[in-house]
Design a protein around this ligand. Structure first.
Ligand code: NOJ
Length: 706
């Protein structure tokens, strides 16, 4: 069906719907897997547009009932045969970073800087979710954040809008495929629109204060990318932006989302968010008032609070909303269902998928996501024949590494870190001061329950008992290798100096431990890079590389070169490790950086690219993966611009001694920025380009746009 036919068909359907049928379509309900008949009865009564296969508000943290194709098909049959409009139900579940096979949590997977692999991973995740009849997922979560205290930072792409765009694209394409009306596709949902990651103080569900300039340049780009890739649905955030809750915010949900960004799918509220307008925000008086505000703002579907179901009829009667407003929401829901081909494929099929392949893919992504942040005297990779000691609170953890929002993972897949290491080297002992091992692996991590929704931390520094353990290891004369399994950025404190080597592993999914062992023993390359800044101290927060200049920063951060530029008297200006950072077991030389010194705006406007050439040589002793990164700085602009913004990167594998010539094309869009009203502008003048292996790259070229 083409777009014209979809619109026509939707109008035909709408014309035959009663008010009750319409209200049903804008309602999403929960269901109880233990009582199917009760759920069928609810379907006959409510005629819901969607059912969320989740039984509590904290879906990512609490145990959920599992789903089964047969049960879903019974419910669907009730909808398509026993309701007047016979419109099929959309079954939704939060499939965030894996289904049966868990992949790394989103923040960890972005460390791979391999968005092609991420897209293939979401392809696999989709196949697994479809095999359980799930047709709609609430991913990708695109909340850029500068707040490691915020538990949900682990669900998103980190601190950089460009990485956010790459993540949005790979996730939407992986779920929706090239043709989202096909049997093999699922609906994605870009969430939480918008600005939820700016939660003040990193407290969940908190107020956000975001200037229009910041909104346009940092928070919207990832959503714009998802929309340009055809994302079918968007979820509104719990937060308020500058005092107006998003769920009742017409400027955000209609003027920006639809009129500016061109979104044509439907908007679902977050869980109970419409009711929160009166329950918590003091933005509305009662459920009816909340329902009216949300519908008028642009929320098309109410997630589970029944404010729409209970109140739309009387709102219409009292002329607080118009039938036209209700019809617009209903049309968006049914047009999406028509585009998705749900009318032709309402039932879930028993499908099979290649689990072995997904396990391999998950392992590869987990390996590529591991960041080597320190490696004194090339102590890593480990020698398989030398005994090692092991200790730390995560030495015997396996399942915790699947990460938050793992609702349906196969528990049997996770090995503990000790078990996985044992597959390479059986000579492994508990750390004990009396043995003679030269090396001790100190495996430290955070449990998934302190990450994700409603799981914020006031203190993100490594605890004293962990620091004492590292000291004990060092005092025993051993080299200490930190294997760090924290899903959010943390403050390493003394551990930064104490450790001889550190690998940063995040929460790597079902294959996390195997990936850790494979990197430690050099079977795979540590090719991950940080997609966030690792702060030196909590007092530095927020700290992120693409902040606006202020008056004393030299790159994205305050500098320590001149003490006056350090900013805090009691703390260094720079972070512990910068954005984009990561080492390899070998070293690289980036040279022959060349580009024209001028570029013509008119030519760029006609789609011409601006070329940047360079070469990379592996000058170390083993094969390795280099991640060259190109940053841009607009030297003088009518609005203050960041001192560095990532615009390109690539991943290249190089054998020892080999050199590769590389090229980046950059376009007009890489030179410009958004005004407060959402207009994209490019101003002439000088720009600096920085090329290197992290955001502090100092290999510089200047180009003038004329
Ligand atoms: C609340 C969360 O904020 C959202 O991300 C999730 O998709 C919904 N609950 C549904 O589980």
């Amino acid at each position: 069906m083409n777009e014209c036919e979809i619109k026509k068909r939707a109008l035909e359907l709408l014309s035959k719907m009663s008010i009750e049928d319409k209200i049903g379509q804008v309602t999403q309900i929960t269901f109880n897997a233990d009582n199917i008949e009760e759920s069928c009865e609810k379907i006959r009564k409510i005629k819901p547009g969607s059912i969320i296969l989740c039984w509590s508000s904290l879906g990512g943290a609490e145990k959920q009932q599992s789903v089964c194709v047969e049960a879903l098909n019974i419910l669907q049959k009730t909808a398509v045969t026993e309701t007047p409009s016979k419109i099929p139900i959309l079954f939704a579940r939060d499939v965030i970073h894996g289904h049966h096979v868990a992949f790394p949590v989103p923040l960890t997977m972005t460390q791979s800087f391999d968005f092609d692999l991420i897209e293939r991973s979401y392809d696999a995740i989709r196949e697994e979710a479809l095999s359980d009849g799930i047709k709609w997922t609430f991913a990708p979560m695109l909340d850029m954040s500068h707040e490691p205290r915020w538990g949900r930072i682990v669900e998103g792409p980190g601190e950089d809008p460009y990485i956010g765009k790459m993540f949005a694209r790979s996730c939407v394409k992986g779920f929706q495929t090239k043709d989202y009306s096909s049997e093999n596709s699922m609906l994605a949902c870009a969430k939480h629109f918008v600005g939820y990651g700016a939660s003040e103080g990193g407290r969940d569900y908190n107020h956000t204060e975001i200037s229009d300039y910041n909104l346009q340049n940092n928070y919207l780009p990832a959503f714009k990318e998802a929309i340009d890739c055809g994302v079918a649905t968007v979820m509104s955030g719990f937060n308020d932006v500058n005092g107006i809750p998003v769920t009742g915010n017409r400027k955000i949900l209609t003027e920006i989302l639809r009129n500016q960004l061109g979104f044509t799918g439907f908007v679902v509220s977050d869980w109970n968010a419409i009711a929160q307008l009166h329950e918590f925000s003091g933005f509305s008086e009662n459920p009816k008032h909340s329902a009216g505000l949300a519908l008028k703002a642009g929320v098309d579907m109410d997630m589970v609070c029944n404010c729409y179901f209970d109140n739309i009829k009387s709102l219409l009667k009292e002329e607080k909303i118009t039938m036209r407003e209700l019809d617009s929401a209903v049309l968006r829901v049914i047009e999406t269902k028509l585009r998705f081909g749900l009318f032709e494929k309402p039932y879930a099929k028993n499908r099979t998928y290649n689990k072995e392949q997904h396990i391999l893919l998950s392992k590869k992504l987990a390996e590529e996501s591991i960041v080597l942040i320190k490696n004194n005297d090339n102590i890593l990779p480990l020698n398989k024949n030398k005994p090692v000691s092991i200790c730390g609170n995560f030495a015997d953890e396996g399942e915790e590494l699947v990460g938050t929002w793992s609702l349906d993972y196969d528990k049997s897949l996770n090995k503990t870190v000790r078990e996985a290491i044992g597959e390479f080297n059986q000579n492994i002992h508990n750390f004990d001061e009396s043995n003679r091992d030269e090396i001790c692996l100190v495996v430290l991590g955070e449990k998934r329950e302190v990450t994700g929704e409603a799981a914020c931390l006031a203190d993100i520094s490594l605890s004293n008992d962990k620091i004492s353990l590292i000291k004990k290891v060092k005092q025993s004369g051993r080299k200490a290798i930190g294997v760090l399994c924290f899903a959010r950025p943390i403050v390493l404190g003394e551990a930064k100096e104490l450790f001889d080597a550190i690998i940063w592993c995040g929460h790597g999914g079902s294959m996390a431990s195997k990936a850790i062992a494979s990197v430690l023993f050099g079977e795979s390359e540590p090719s991950g890079r940080l997609t966030f800044t690792l702060p030196f101290s909590i007092g530095q927060l927020p700290i992120y590389y693409n902040s606006l200049p202020g008056s004393r920063k030299i790159n994205g951060y305050y500098s320590d070169i001149n003490p006056r530029h350090g900013n805090y008297k009691d703390c260094q200006g720079e972070p512990a490790y910068p954005f984009g950072y990561g080492l390899s077991y070998t070293t690289f030389k980036i040279s022959d950086f060349a580009c024209d010194s001028t570029a013509l705006i008119n030519e760029l406007k006609n789609g011409k690219s601006f070329g940047v050439d360079f070469s990379v040589k592996n000058i170390g002793n083993c094969v390795g993966v280099c991640v060259p990164q190109l940053y841009i700085r607009d030297l003088v602009a009518t609005t203050v611009r960041p001192l560095r913004s990532l615009v390109r990167f690539c991943k290249v594998t190089l054998p020892v001694g080999e050199t590769k010539s590389l090229h980046f094309d950059i376009y007009l869009s890489d030179f410009g920025f958004y005004t407060e009203t959402g207009e994209f502008i490019v101003e002439g003048g000088k720009f600096e380009l920085y090329l290197g292996e992290n955001c502090l790259a100092d290999n510089k070229k200047t180009v003038e746009l004329i």
